[in-house]
Design a protein around this ligand. Structure first.
Ligand code: CUA
Length: 153
Protein backbone atom coordinates (compact mmCIF):
# COMPACT_ATOMS: atom_id res chain seq x y z
CA UNK A 1 0.00 0.00 0.00
CA UNK A 2 2.64 2.46 1.00
CA UNK A 3 4.77 1.64 -2.04
CA UNK A 4 1.79 2.28 -4.29
CA UNK A 5 1.24 5.70 -2.76
CA UNK A 6 4.87 6.58 -3.34
CA UNK A 7 4.72 5.30 -6.91
CA UNK A 8 1.77 7.61 -7.61
CA UNK A 9 3.61 10.45 -5.94
CA UNK A 10 6.72 9.96 -8.09
CA UNK A 11 4.72 9.65 -11.32
CA UNK A 12 2.79 12.77 -10.37
CA UNK A 13 6.01 14.64 -9.71
CA UNK A 14 7.40 13.58 -13.07
CA UNK A 15 4.23 14.71 -14.86
CA UNK A 16 4.47 18.05 -13.07
CA UNK A 17 8.07 18.51 -14.22
CA UNK A 18 7.20 17.61 -17.81
CA UNK A 19 4.28 20.05 -17.68
CA UNK A 20 6.60 22.79 -16.42
CA UNK A 21 9.13 22.16 -19.20
CA UNK A 22 6.39 22.24 -21.84
CA UNK A 23 4.89 25.38 -20.33
CA UNK A 24 8.17 27.33 -20.20
CA UNK A 25 9.03 26.13 -23.70
CA UNK A 26 5.74 27.41 -25.10
CA UNK A 27 6.02 30.59 -23.12
CA UNK A 28 9.46 31.34 -24.56
CA UNK A 29 8.38 30.46 -28.06
CA UNK A 30 5.46 32.87 -27.91
CA UNK A 31 7.17 35.63 -25.96
CA UNK A 32 10.92 35.76 -26.51
CA UNK A 33 12.75 37.91 -23.95
CA UNK A 34 11.92 41.56 -24.47
CA UNK A 35 14.39 44.02 -25.99
CA UNK A 36 15.57 41.38 -28.45
CA UNK A 37 14.82 42.33 -32.00
CA UNK A 38 14.22 39.50 -34.36
CA UNK A 39 14.92 39.68 -38.05
CA UNK A 40 14.31 37.42 -40.96
CA UNK A 41 17.84 36.21 -41.76
CA UNK A 42 17.01 35.54 -45.39
CA UNK A 43 16.09 39.13 -46.17
CA UNK A 44 17.64 40.98 -43.22
CA UNK A 45 14.66 43.13 -42.42
CA UNK A 46 14.52 44.81 -39.04
CA UNK A 47 10.98 46.01 -38.40
CA UNK A 48 10.53 47.04 -42.00
CA UNK A 49 13.99 48.57 -42.37
CA UNK A 50 16.16 46.75 -44.89
CA UNK A 51 19.45 46.68 -43.03
CA UNK A 52 21.65 45.36 -45.82
CA UNK A 53 21.09 48.62 -47.68
CA UNK A 54 22.45 50.74 -44.83
CA UNK A 55 25.39 48.71 -43.57
CA UNK A 56 28.38 50.62 -42.29
CA UNK A 57 28.67 53.76 -40.19
CA UNK A 58 25.94 56.37 -40.04
CA UNK A 59 25.68 59.65 -38.10
CA UNK A 60 22.68 60.06 -35.88
CA UNK A 61 20.88 63.35 -35.28
CA UNK A 62 22.30 63.53 -31.73
CA UNK A 63 25.89 63.36 -33.05
CA UNK A 64 26.48 59.74 -32.11
CA UNK A 65 27.32 57.08 -34.66
CA UNK A 66 25.62 53.80 -35.50
CA UNK A 67 27.45 50.95 -37.19
CA UNK A 68 25.47 48.18 -38.83
CA UNK A 69 27.30 44.93 -39.49
CA UNK A 70 26.33 41.59 -40.95
CA UNK A 71 28.46 38.50 -40.42
CA UNK A 72 28.40 35.59 -42.82
CA UNK A 73 30.70 32.67 -43.60
CA UNK A 74 33.50 33.85 -43.74
CA UNK A 75 33.59 37.61 -43.54
CA UNK A 76 31.99 40.65 -42.01
CA UNK A 77 30.25 43.31 -44.06
CA UNK A 78 31.76 45.87 -44.07
CA UNK A 79 35.29 44.52 -43.65
CA UNK A 80 36.76 47.84 -42.57
CA UNK A 81 34.66 49.85 -40.16
CA UNK A 82 35.43 53.55 -39.72
CA UNK A 83 34.27 55.19 -36.50
CA UNK A 84 34.92 58.64 -35.03
CA UNK A 85 36.98 58.95 -31.83
CA UNK A 86 35.43 60.45 -28.70
CA UNK A 87 31.91 59.83 -29.94
CA UNK A 88 29.38 57.33 -28.63
CA UNK A 89 29.15 54.48 -31.11
CA UNK A 90 26.32 51.97 -31.26
CA UNK A 91 27.04 48.69 -32.98
CA UNK A 92 24.13 46.75 -34.40
CA UNK A 93 25.22 43.39 -35.67
CA UNK A 94 23.67 40.16 -36.84
CA UNK A 95 24.52 37.00 -38.70
CA UNK A 96 23.18 35.94 -42.06
CA UNK A 97 23.88 32.25 -41.61
CA UNK A 98 25.40 30.51 -38.57
CA UNK A 99 26.51 31.70 -35.13
CA UNK A 100 29.58 33.93 -35.36
CA UNK A 101 31.68 35.62 -32.72
CA UNK A 102 31.91 39.39 -32.38
CA UNK A 103 34.84 40.86 -30.52
CA UNK A 104 36.56 44.20 -30.83
CA UNK A 105 40.09 44.12 -29.42
CA UNK A 106 40.79 46.53 -26.52
CA UNK A 107 37.09 47.09 -25.81
CA UNK A 108 34.61 45.21 -23.68
CA UNK A 109 32.63 44.20 -26.76
CA UNK A 110 32.61 40.44 -26.89
CA UNK A 111 29.55 38.55 -27.92
CA UNK A 112 27.98 36.05 -30.25
CA UNK A 113 26.00 36.90 -33.35
CA UNK A 114 23.05 34.66 -33.87
CA UNK A 115 21.05 34.52 -37.09
CA UNK A 116 17.69 36.17 -36.59
CA UNK A 117 18.78 38.43 -33.73
CA UNK A 118 20.35 41.87 -33.73
CA UNK A 119 23.00 42.34 -31.06
CA UNK A 120 23.42 45.94 -29.90
CA UNK A 121 26.47 47.36 -28.11
CA UNK A 122 27.46 50.87 -27.16
CA UNK A 123 30.99 52.11 -26.66
CA UNK A 124 33.16 55.19 -27.08
CA UNK A 125 36.65 55.01 -28.54
CA UNK A 126 38.87 57.51 -26.73
CA UNK A 127 41.63 57.85 -29.28
CA UNK A 128 42.30 57.12 -32.94
CA UNK A 129 43.74 53.73 -33.72
CA UNK A 130 43.03 50.38 -35.19
CA UNK A 131 41.28 47.46 -33.52
CA UNK A 132 41.07 43.92 -34.81
CA UNK A 133 37.61 42.44 -34.95
CA UNK A 134 37.97 38.66 -35.20
CA UNK A 135 35.22 36.08 -35.27
CA UNK A 136 35.93 34.03 -32.14
CA UNK A 137 33.19 31.47 -32.45
CA UNK A 138 33.97 28.44 -34.58
CA UNK A 139 31.74 28.77 -37.63
CA UNK A 140 33.23 26.43 -40.21
CA UNK A 141 36.34 25.72 -42.22
CA UNK A 142 36.98 29.39 -43.01
CA UNK A 143 36.65 30.53 -39.40
CA UNK A 144 40.37 31.27 -38.97
CA UNK A 145 40.30 33.82 -41.75
CA UNK A 146 37.17 35.62 -40.62
CA UNK A 147 37.95 39.03 -39.22
CA UNK A 148 37.50 42.72 -39.87
CA UNK A 149 39.13 45.99 -38.78
CA UNK A 150 37.71 48.83 -36.75
CA UNK A 151 39.51 52.03 -37.62
CA UNK A 152 39.02 54.91 -35.19
CA UNK A 153 39.68 58.27 -36.81
CU1 CUA B 1 32.59 33.35 -38.20
CU2 CUA B 1 34.11 32.02 -36.89
Amino acid sequence: RVERKWAFFVVGLMLLLVAMVVYTGLHWAMMPPSRVETIDPTTLHVSGEFIESNLGTAREADGSATVRIVAQQYSFTPQCILVPAGTPVTFRATSADVVHGFLIADTNINSMLEPGYVATFKTTFDKPGEHLMPCHEYCGTGHEGMWAHVKVI
